[in-house]
Design a binder for this molecule. Structure first.
Ligand SMILES: [Zn+2]
Length: 133
């Protein structure tokens, strides 16, 4: 049996395009290693999305505050312009949001997309939720 694979070292792949168009985001290692990660799933466990609105916009990287939700730049972005639209209320996932929160999340998401389309030439859009199933 022949082994037709080759072990690749991440440090050799910086800036090298690949068929999967992977992002190279070594700065995310700070978060992956535990920086600013919550200790659990409750707000009092250090939930970053509950703490952020209590800080100044500048300190928390908040770019818009709505009535039910706010928009924040990701301190550990997957790519340029990585924003999050979050309800002020601690919710486990999208299906737990109220109708008012869902409507405002949708409107703010549209606004964020329009803003990014004007500001940058490349947009990678994902609409994730933090639901553990
Ligand atoms: Zn929270």
């Amino acid at each position: 049996m022949t082994e037709d694979y080759r072990l690749e070292f991440a440090e050799e792949l910086v800036g090298v395009p690949d068929p999967f168009r992977r992002f190279w985001t070594p700065y995310r290692m700070a978060y992956i290693s535990g920086e600013n990660k919550p200790r659990g799933n409750r707000p009092e466990d250090g939930c970053p999305f509950c703490r952020a609105p209590q800080r100044s916009d500048e300190d928390a990287l908040i770019v818009h505050r709505g009535e039910h939700c706010y928009v924040i730049m990701n301190l550990y972005p997957y790519g340029p312009g990585h924003m999050l639209v979050c309800p002020y209320r601690h919710v486990a996932g999208y299906v737990d949001a109220t109708q008012d929160e869902v409507v405002e999340m949708a409107e703010l998401t549209q606004d964020a997309i329009r803003t990014l389309q004007e500001a940058v030439s490349y947009i990678h859009l994902t609409l994730p939720t933090n639901r553990e199933v």
